[in-house]
Design a binder for this molecule. Structure first.
Ligand code: BG6
Ligand code: MG
Length: 218
């Protein structure tokens, strides 16, 4: 691991914005319609995971046709996109924007790496599309988290070696993806979810530039 970190790669849902709650509400509506039990706890398993993987987890072995599977994915996305219409800058998690601005002022590059195909909509809706140097999303790579591809793609676009980056993530799949890509992961959330991360904070607002620089071994 290099001593001087040159870039911070942020996950989006649950790290920069509170949109993981909207993902939950959209899946919950679908689950209720399909008579499937689905709790907030179950939703934690869907964090960081692609839409199709989420549906497989939700169905929990229940057999459906290819057409039904596609229809359910589309329906969940419709509910999600509908919820995104009410989005404002209030959906940015407390302290997240300030942290990104501080990092940038320090001359460290920033990226968003989210497997969500709604990444652009979320960034536009919350008014922070121009905040990051690089944005990679669900359209940028084939293999989604826990594969490291999305973070490696972000590092490449930033022009920084993976080992010179850190990743900030709220999902187990995201922590695993960072580790697989030889990138230092910082977890946001409870031990049982992000315990594999090298460092952990309860919420993004708890991270300050000073703490980040200590972690980065400046
Ligand atoms: C991730 C979320 O950011 O994006 C997951 O944590 C979600 O819960 C995934 O399933 C894909 O999102 P979308 O918007 O493409 O369905
Ligand atoms: Mg997330």
């Amino acid at each position: 691991m290099s001593e001087k970190i040159k870039a911070v790669i942020f996950d989006l849902d649950g790290v920069i914005t509170d949109t993981s709650e909207y993902h939950y509400q959209a899946w919950k509506k679908l689950a209720d319609e399909e008579g499937i039990t689905f709790t907030r706890d179950d939703n934690n398993k869907l964090r960081g995971v692609s839409r199709s993987e989420c549906l497989k987890i939700l169905l929990n072995g229940k057999q459906v046709s290819t057409e039904q599977f596609q229809e359910m994915m589309d329906r969940k996305n419709r509910y999600y996109v509908e919820l995104l219409k009410q989005m404002t800058s209030k959906n940015i998690l407390s302290g997240a924007k300030e942290l990104v601005l501080e990092i940038k002022r320090r001359g460290i590059k920033t990226a968003i790496a989210s497997v969500s195909k709604n990444t652009r909509t979320v960034l536009q809706g919350t008014g922070i599309e121009d905040l990051f140097d690089v944005i990679v999303d669900g359209y940028s790579v084939k293999n989604t988290k826990p594969a490291p591809d999305i973070f490696l793609s972000a590092a490449k676009e930033l022009g920084v070696k993976p080992e010179d980056c850190v990743v900030i993530e709220d999902a187990e799949a995201g922590i695993e993806a960072a580790l697989a890509g030889n990138i230092l992961p910082i977890g946001i959330g409870p031990e049982e979810r992000v315990g594999k991360a090298r460092f952990r904070f309860e919420k993004i607002g708890d991270i300050t530039l000073t703490k980040l620089l200590e972690i980065m071994n400046f």
